[in-house]
Write a protein that binds this ligand. Structure first.
Ligand code: HEM
Length: 358
């Protein structure tokens, strides 16, 4: 069991499970503040039961609530919710960062993977348990909202990881090395929102970007070139200037010819924080959804980042990567969405979003 109740919602600081599905909803036109409040009370009750491995109220397939399989249900509010009747025009409700990201030169965004009024992130270590939870939660939303997009992500289990436990992505790279450590003061400072309107404090800003990988041309690179693109070794995840995954990269090191060992436009050089506040949590998930119409594989990274303030911490890094990053030749962002993940429910009498909607 991953506990549902707490100051923060589960699914952000807790380990990334094997399977995570993200579902974004559009509110139906008639929906106002009171209606969203009804939906969030329902979702809170569903999540509380399902994450304990118990059926939801009036569950049509109670036997499938056989988990809990580390089930987590995490709920977020999209920018549009603040414009519905009952919230529209109320001063001071919108944190500055709760709006779609600015456009970036690398973007090839598709509506079918972008934006949304509400987000459900449902994760667990059993595909059946996750599917059942999604079905219950989606049915309960039906009167209030329609599904805008749905993306299923996964993460590798034991084999495809480094000795330190860091997983790999579909390019074979160790992905997730540099990240705030859960349970630390640093994590809390980087991830949990501590200023702005009351209803976001204790929550976090979350970005989901669907980034397609162009593996057919990536496969044509030799191993050394692939390592130059990131600035780290494929086998160990160690920086090109070190031997261990967690050795700090030496961005000043040069080779015998005087050239930087980690190339100027290597991904880790461009992604490294230019200022101390430009840090965030990455929770990578991977997708592998068959083939596109042109016959190329439809796979890549469901890039998920969480930060207390997305404008200050995330946007400058994304801007820098969009300007120059060797990786851009083989990756294309095709979806993008921003949500305020709500603070947690610390006690059984509370419900998600109460601070905003009650
Ligand atoms: C398909 C796209 C991407 C791939 C395959 C990818 C892969 C990687 C890999 C292999 C690393 C090195 C290991 C690690 O620290 O995890 C890394 C580091 C990092 N990536 Fe990405 N990444 C992608 C997109 C992005 C995006 C869109 C951002 C942010 C806008 C980003 C931000 C970072 C950061 C902040 C680091 C750590 C940098 C440091 O060493 O300080 N990445 N990425």
């Amino acid at each position: 069991v991953v506990p549902f109740e707490g100051t923060h919602q589960a699914g952000i600081e807790t380990p990334v499970p094997l399977i995570t599905t993200f579902v974004a909803f559009d509110l139906r036109p008639s929906v106002d503040r009171e209606a969203v409040a009804r939906l969030l009370r329902l979702w809170t009750d569903d999540a509380r039961r399902l994450t304990r491995g118990e059926p939801a109220l009036a569950d049509t397939e109670p036997e499938l609530a056989s988990g809990p399989a580390a089930l987590t249900v995490t709920v977020g509010i999209g920018p549009g919710v603040l414009d519905i009747p009952g919230l529209r025009g109320r001063a001071g409700l919108r944190p500055d960062w709760l709006r779609p990201l600015p456009p970036f030169a690398v973007d090839a965004l598709e509506t079918r993977w972008s934006d949304g009024d509400l987000l459900l992130q449902v994760g667990g270590d059993d595909a059946m348990v996750v599917a059942h939870a999604l079905r219950v939660l989606t049915k309960d939303a039906d009167a209030f909202a329609t599904v805008r997009w749905r993306q299923r992500g996964f993460q590798g289990g034991g084999g495809a990881r480094t000795p330190a436990g860091t997983p790999r992505n579909l390019m074979g790279q160790v992905d997730g090395t540099v990240n705030p450590a859960p349970g630390t003061v640093d994590f809390a400072a980087v991830v949990w929102t501590h200023d702005g309107p009351d209803w976001v404090r204790g929550g976090t800003g979350l970005v989901v970007r669907r980034i397609r990988m162009i593996l057919d041309t990536w496969d044509a690179l030799d191993r050394a070139s692939k390592e130059q693109v990131i600035g780290r070794r494929l086998a160990t995840g160690a920086p090109l200037t070190g031997t261990d995954e967690h050795d700090p990269p030496d961005l000043t090191a040069t080779d015998a010819r005087g050239l930087p060992v980690i190339p100027p436009f290597a991904h880790i050089r461009r992604a490294a924080p230019a200022r101390p506040e430009q840090r965030f949590l990455r929770r990578p998930h991977h997708y592998d959804d068959g083939h596109l119409a042109d016959g190329t594989p439809d796979l890549g990274l469901l890039f998920v980042a969480c930060a207390a303030d997305l404008n200050r911490q995330f946007v400058p890094v994304q801007r820098r990567l969009a300007e120059q990053d060797l990786l851009n030749t083989w990756t294309t962002p095709v979806g993008s969405a921003v949500f305020a993940m709500l603070p947690g429910v610390p006690t059984p009498d509370r419900w998600l979003g109460q601070e905003l909607l009650a």
